[in-house]
Ligand binder design. Structure first.
Ligand code: CTP
Ligand code: MG
Length: 229
């Protein structure tokens, strides 16, 4: 099967709170974005990795991956949109002429992605149109009303925290993203769920958690044993 990758890196990192978007910060000697790109480089055919970026940060993008351009693995980068969902759709559209069977959609803010997680996602695509990595929830989860009075406790053993890369049959996810363009959802699997298409959850990893706030960088950096943050 021909596999393409979309890496969305067009966000501005408002919760991270630094003028330099988080995907261009470093863990060890590499930016978060580059950690992601390298994790996928051996897995797909040449010219099948589609980075989506914000042209306002072109200089930082170039610094992060310039020397990888000669590898022939990267497609010309395309601009993102105002929302993550729009950025993904721009990436998927740009991949259309590569006509992949499967696409893996990954957040540049998850530098801890590794081959084990990627292969579990791909493995599930034999049977499912979509598959995502997830982590079991250890906290007790309360659903509350507007005054934060508790309405109910959600059965924890049914809950998973969704990660990326989320893998899909390419035509199916492109159709879903086209259909729901402009309607906000926080991940790609949600779109298939809305259409009643089954999506499988496979085991993710703590190392693959997203960098959202500043202190996530130091915490996650500890998983990169040979590196310093
Ligand atoms: N993303 C994107 N285009 C957007 C928004 C987000 O490509 N318009 C990307 C981010 O770069 C990130 C991933 O989607 O790799 C996950 O989004 P998130 O963690 O929310 O990043 P930001 O939107 O940049 O951060 P914040 O929500 O705190 O502003
Ligand atoms: Mg965001």
């Amino acid at each position: 099967k021909k596999i393409s990758v979309v890496i969305v890196a067009a966000g501005s990192g408002s919760r991270f709170g630094d003028p330099l978007p988080k995907q261009y910060h470093h863990i060890g000697d590499k930016t978060l974005l580059r950690h992601c790109v390298e994790a996928f480089m051996q897995l797909c055919p040449p010219n099948h990795i589609q980075i989506v970026h914000n042209p306002a940060h072109q200089h930082h993008l170039d610094l992060a991956i310039e020397d990888l351009v000669d590898s022939g693995m990267l497609r010309p980068t395309v601009p993102g949109g105002a929302t993550r969902q729009q950025s993904v759709l721009n990436g998927l559209r740009a991949l259309q002429d590569a006509s992949p069977d499967y696409v893996l959609i990954h957040d540049a803010a998850r530098p801890g992605i590794d081959h084990d997680v990627i292969f579990r996602v791909l493995g599930a695509l034999d049977k499912y149109k979509g598959a995502i990595p997830g982590i079991a929830v250890h906290d007790t989860i309360k659903q509350c009303d507007d005054d934060k009075a508790i309405l109910r406790t959600i059965a924890r053993d049914t809950l998973m925290r969704a990660q990326t890369p989320q893998g899909f049959d390419f035509k199916t996810i492109l159709r879903a993203h086209t259909k729901f363009e402009g309607q906000e959802m926080t991940d790609d699997a949600s779109l298939l769920e809305q259409m009643g298409i089954a999506v499988k959850c496979v085991a993710g990893s703590e190392r693959n958690d997203k960098i959202t706030r500043r202190d996530d960088l130091a915490r996650l950096g500890e998983h990169f044993s040979d590196q310093q943050t």
